[in-house]
Design a binder for this molecule. Sequence first.
Ligand code: SF4
Length: 65
Amino acid sequence: MKITVDEDTCCGAGSCVMTAPDVFDQRDEDGVVILLDAEPPADLYGVVQEAADVCPAAAIRLTKQ
Ligand code: SF4
């Protein structure tokens, strides 16, 4: 799985960070998402998928490899 995030679309809601803190963080200044791990291990796929599903801005894109 490969993850990309759209920083322009992200509204800083932080749902992804709450759901998958090993993969997502937020910038201190404006809350915009920081991608910590673009190719996470398989045991994180579930929470990463959940994070993408709950993102209110649909800013998280997952590519299955
Ligand atoms: S859940 Fe979506 S909108 Fe919220 S911080 Fe994460 S990427 Fe941005």
